[in-house]
Write a protein that binds this ligand. Structure first.
Ligand SMILES: [Zn+2]
Length: 235
């Protein structure tokens, strides 16, 4: 994780927090905002637009939490954590930084950033930090070049993750059955805890085990929709 005061970095922190704590993404965003002294995420982004930035010390604490309670989750090798790489390059004279870790994050410091996630169903998120006309990301040709680099990096990330997953997680068998990369169950039908979508093994494999409909992460994908049982299993 980088030390730059970018909104995108805060969103990535929130995403990891949501994943780790199994809370909704918007709740994690609000939590991050409150830790930075804002009432909620919308207040934070409104303040950000007006030039507010978190104090370096607060940001530092968020980026490098003393509590290492998330280490076990963040170090799950099957999700590619800890295998991050940082690369640098130049497009049309503009230097960029490309980070490949849990997701792909590309940025030209102070100007723009692009976030591409593991699941192909999630559209790239582009942030513009400088609204002046000479921001290169506003140029469609430049943007296409940057996105192409992000997509190539995302392909590498997905391939690297697939190496750690059981073969059946990325290649369903002849009956369409695929293996959940974390829970190890094998099934041809998969249920999303978030939106109740039912997806095939091939769909799950193609979308890196994120729900193709709502983008929920692999920890919310189950072979059996246990939440629909008449009686929930005893805790
Ligand atoms: Zn879903």
């Amino acid at each position: 994780m980088t030390q730059h005061n970018e909104l995108q970095s805060l969103k990535i922190i929130a995403k990891r927090l949501a994943r780790k704590s199994r809370i909704a993404h918007h709740k994690a965003l609000d939590l991050i905002a409150s830790q930075l002294g804002q009432a909620h995420w919308n207040a934070l982004t409104a303040a950000w637009e007006k030039g507010w930035r978190p104090e370096a010390s607060m940001l530092e604490e968020l980026l490098n939490p003393k509590d290492s309670g998330d280490a076990d989750v963040m170090d799950i090798p099957t999700l590619g954590i800890g295998l991050g790489v940082e690369e640098h390059g130049v497009i049309d004279g503009h230097p960029y930084r490309l980070e490949i870790d849990f997701e792909v994050h590309m940025a030209e410091i102070g100007w723009w950033s692009i976030l591409v996630e593991q699941a192909p169903s999630i559209a790239p998120q582009i942030e513009v930090y400088d609204r002046s006309d000479n921001n290169p990301i506003l140029n469609p040709e430049f943007r296409a070049k940057a996105l192409a680099i992000c997509h190539e990096a995302a392909d590498r990330l997905r391939a690297r993750i697939a190496v750690d997953w059981p073969r059946r997680s990325t290649k369903p068998d002849a009956d369409g059955r695929a293996q959940h990369p974390l829970f190890k169950g094998v099934s041809s039908k998969w249920h999303c805890l978030h939106c109740d979508a039912v997806s095939s093994g091939a769909q799950m494999a193609a979308n890196m085990w994120h729900c193709p409909k709502c983008n929920a992460t692999p920890i919310d994908i189950f072979a059996e929709p246990f939440w629909k049982a008449a009686r929930p299993p005893a805790a």
